[in-house]
Design a protein around this ligand. Structure first.
Ligand code: ADP
Length: 463
């Protein structure tokens, strides 16, 4: 099982990725536990000094600290490495092996020295417990590389076996002696340590495999997303030029400047002109969406009167509303609502709100446009008595290509892009767009922009 898991990354193209991950994980956990290890070793060696021999304890203390300093330097080296290749991996692994041999040997020799000082037939409670704890600690925290873990455990296991075997060798007791019982117990516990290490190693390797799969999936999604964006923007650009000339030509023919078109042509001409406009709007929205997603919309902010802009938009909107038999009411004549905005972009947002209000209202409906002050912001609100929006579809409204339901898409023209783009534009102004609505009663969409002071005469001259 372990061999199978090991070969999974060590063969094939993921080997370098896996080695880098394992080394970094090893170093991170090693660094986090450095202090904890030093405290444990200090306490154990202090106790051994107090109960047995101070000089021996101090020698081992110095050796333990030297090992920890070496490990600390290795962890640092791993964590600061930026350029990864096979040579870096080899060198860093070699450093880990050296550190492992140093620290496992120092702990083992310390435990042997305590066991020797204790003499045979004492049970060796302290050195054996220390060795078992060190082995379990390694299984839990050093399972990133099978060979490193195996090397460390081999040193501990050899020492754990050496201590009772040495007693048996010196005392040569009969099989009924407790010394043999100690030895057998040690064998059972060793089995437990091996199983524990295997299980941590298998778990870690499986986790690594999942992480790799997730990273690959993320890369694939990113590539697909980039390809989609590139495709959309190329197609939209290619469509825009011919579409603009088709739309322009149809508008000229429909306008009658080239002579009144025959009556029979009026209807198909009207359908063609409307659909060419729709298509041109869609292409423009798609291009703008690509720009917004890439954060590439250019804004030309200036402090201006919001009311004046809304008036301009309303003038353009009224013929469309009249056509749909929608009455438009407004309080925007009152001046002095200043904010910093890009006229072209904010115009687009208000136009979108107005055309939605008209689109989703019944024949003979009303649209009310207001400007007011709200919590330090200038609020532009567009209210209608149309179909309204159900609470459970609220979350969809500002999403890309989102229309509340697909039957709407057929009943009401639209792309589901307008509000998504509007939200991006309003947020780029440091503002907020939202709505209140009740299904079957109507909706109020509003845009809040931070209020600005009216420009002084000097500002206007400077501008
Ligand atoms: P489009 O209008 O092109 O479908 P929008 O992004 O402007 O796209 O609007 C998204 C959806 O939000 C619309 O399809 C509609 O379902 C809902 N919606 C927007 N404005 C209103 C409104 N005033 N009344 C009811 N539903 C609305």
């Amino acid at each position: 099982m372990i061999r199978q898991l090991r070969s999974e990354f060590d063969d094939g193209k993921g080997a370098l990725w896996a080695a880098r991950r394992r080394l970094r994980d090893y170093a991170k956990i090693g660094r986090v536990l450095l202090l904890q290890r030093i405290v444990i070793y200090s306490a154990a060696i202090f106790l051994a000094g107090a109960y047995y021999d101070w000089r021996v304890a101090l020698v081992f203390y110095a050796l333990t600290l030297a090992g920890e300093i070496y490990d600390g330097a290795t962890f640092r080296k791993i964590l600061v490495t930026q350029q990864w290749n096979d040579t870096t991996v080899r060198v860093l692994k070699r450093d880990i092996y050296v550190g492992t041999v140093i620290s496992a040997s120092v702990i083992s020799l310390f435990c042997i020295s305590v066991a020797v000082q204790q003499g045979p037939e004492t049970g060796h409670f302290m050195p054996l417990f220390m060795l078992f704890s060190a082995a379990v600690f390694a299984a839990i925290n050093n399972h990133h590389f099978l060979p490193v873990l195996a090397l460390r455990l081999s040193i501990y296991v050899a020492t754990i076996l050496y201590i009772p075997i040495r007693d048996l060798w010196i005392v040569r007791p009969p099989l009924s002696s407790e010394l043999w019982l100690h030895f057998f117990t040690v064998l059972f516990v060793l089995g437990f340590i091996v199983e524990c290490s295997r299980s941590f190693l298998v778990g870690y390797t499986a986790m690594l495999r999942n992480r790799r799969a997730l990273e690959e999936e993320h890369e694939r999604t990113k590539a697909a997303y980039n390809a989609k964006t590139q495709f959309l923007s190329t197609v939209s650009h290619e469509l825009r030029t011919p579409l603009t000339s088709i739309k322009g030509s149809l508008e000229i023919v429909s306008s009658g400047v080239l002579g009144a078109p025959p009556e029979k042509m009026a209807k198909p001409l009207d359908i063609a002109t409307r659909n060419a406009r729709r298509l041109a709007d869609l292409v423009n929205d798609l291009l703008l969406l690509q720009k917004a997603e890439a954060g590439k919309i250019d804004y030309f902010f200036e402090t201006a009167d919001v009311g004046a802009l809304v008036q301009e938009v309303l003038e353009r909107f009224r013929p469309y509303a009249d056509n749909k038999n929608i009455s438009v009411f407004t309080n925007t004549e009152t001046a002095d609502h200043w904010a910093r905005f890009d006229k072209v972009r904010l115009d687009q947002v208000i136009t979108n709100l107005l055309s939605n209000a008209a689109k989703f209202s019944d024949d003979g409906g009303e649209v009310r446009v207001k400007i007011s002050r709200h919590d330090g912001s200038i609020r532009i609100s567009v209210e209608d008595d149309g179909i309204g929006i159900a609470d459970n579809t609220r979350h969809k409204i500002f999403e890309e290509f989102s229309q509340v339901d697909s039957s709407n898409a057929r009943k009401f023209e639209g792309t589901g892009l307008g509000l998504n783009i509007s939200k991006r534009i309003v947020e780029a102004h440091g503002g907020k767009i939202d709505f209140l609505s009740k299904l079957g009663v109507g909706s109020t969409f509003f845009v809040d922009l931070p209020e600005e002071d009216a420009p002084t005469q000097d500002d206007r001259v400077a501008a």
